[in-house]
Design a protein around this ligand. Sequence first.
Ligand code: ADP
Ligand code: MG
Length: 569
Amino acid sequence: MTTDNQNTQLTDGFHLVIDALKANDLDTIFGLVGIPITDLCRLAQAEGLRFIGFRHEQHAGNAAAIAGYMTQKPGICMTVSAPGFLNGLTALANATVNCFPMILISGSSEREIVDLQQGDYEEMDQLNAAKPYCKAAYRINHIEDIGIGFARAIRAAVSGRPGGVYLDLPAQLLAQTMPVEEAKKSIFKVIDPVPRQIPAADAVARALDVLKGAKRPLILLGKGAAYAQADKEIRDLVEKSGIPYLPMSMAKGLLPDNHPQSASAARSFVLAEADAVLLVGARLNWLLAHGKGKTWGKEPKKFIQIDIQANEVDSNVQIAAPLIGDIGSCVGELLKGISAVPKPSAEWIAAITEKKDKNTAKMAETLAKEANPMNFHGALRVIRDVIKKNPDVNLVNEGANTLDYCRAIVDMYKPRKRFDSGTWGIMGIGMGYAIGAAVTSGLPTVAVEGDSAFGFSGMELETICRYNLPITTVVFNNNGVYRGTDVNPTGGADVAPTVFVKDARYDKMIEAFGGVGYYVTTPAELEAALTEAIAAGKPALINAVIDETAGTESGRLTNLNPSTAAAKK
Ligand code: ADP
Ligand code: MG
């Protein structure tokens, strides 16, 4: 502690930033040190915050984002200026697109030099660079404003539709001083940062009317519904209405996937056949074929949309009954009137059951085949079984085929346990999400990764080992992107663009940092390794060798790949 010439005790920007985080129960920082934030991170640790240091800022940002999704508190990511900031920006943009609350805090260089473009060390106008890619961006210039600056950042991240916020901290702010007594008064806890938003009564009545008039109703649960932590209300709505439901991928487990009303095994059928669809925290974007076209059948649907963001309504098709408010409140209001909504007809339920039974039997047959070499289905049957026995495990999932098949095959039993490529379909979230999920929950975490997807964040294995996190990474190794069998048509020495080193030993990578590596080639070996690794609760990587001919181009996204889409036409 320093004093001025009147002997008043002074504090500085470093301390006040930490005080602002602490005052708001933000107790974990995911980041990467360097000028000008190294001392800030040291001080954070000394003051009792948890600092998890990464090898690349994108993964620190992804960890913060998933922590935000799990807790409804903004995940905190801290980076250095320009390049560190830009590395973190991908994660900030991804968080914003996915509606995850996080705050990217980056140190920045002197305003005077940046604004005159005089060529500072890591010079960049970070505030303006961040703006198009996040929900809000702020800079704190004066030490007296640190409390208010954090309050604005926190509120912007978690209120309304959650998202990413950028907070710019110039190096000189951290060094500024002010009297301790005054400083104390400037820091505060944000009151009611996630205020309830009650829907209007006429909007509730309109939504109930649509349900009353429906012959083949369907409820679609999105990750907004999982985020909202209104698990009981949502379960009550589904069960009291008797309406079949479909979970979007990160909403899997909000109700257990083996729930009798789940229509997942008849997904295409219900999307095409339903006449009224209640969207709960799910957007009609590309993941739902924009609410129109072949996927949605011939007859026009009546949509009810529950969302906190009013202008999400009508984004792709007309919404008959918008219901704007927080999901807990909206579902709560619908529940009050649900007894007046007739139960779905026996024909509708029977048609769905028939389709489900048929598809489930077909899938069971595929899963039971003992393919040698092991294929995606053989490996995922095992993962499905192990997750069923360990329903508390967090499951991270990315890749092309690895993502598509895993989402369809592996059931989830508890809310907010599945974290995947999300709204962007992004690759590279694997180790960041796994670290964020493991640190936030303290629970075993399994990352099911395509070999290509794993490559984006593989160096974070060192981070996992350094903090001794209970993370098991399973690499589905088929020697390449989609497949490992492409050849260079010229016969030249370079391999094809989609091909990796054959039989790469990803398991040896984790051994370099003291973790446990497994090399498996059969479902039985995979089951033994995964069971052991989860029970051990220590860093592990399972290199699961998959038939290199097994994958399909672009996974299930063939319609988005210009060449395969054209070939289909
Ligand atoms: P999915 O990809 O699973 O369909 P989306 O990310 O597309 O889910 O949709 C999530 C939606 O949930 C967003 O439109 C977002 O505004 C909304 N949302 C997020 N949190 C809440 C909440 N607490 N209450 C209401 N809506 C919410
Ligand atoms: Mg692959």
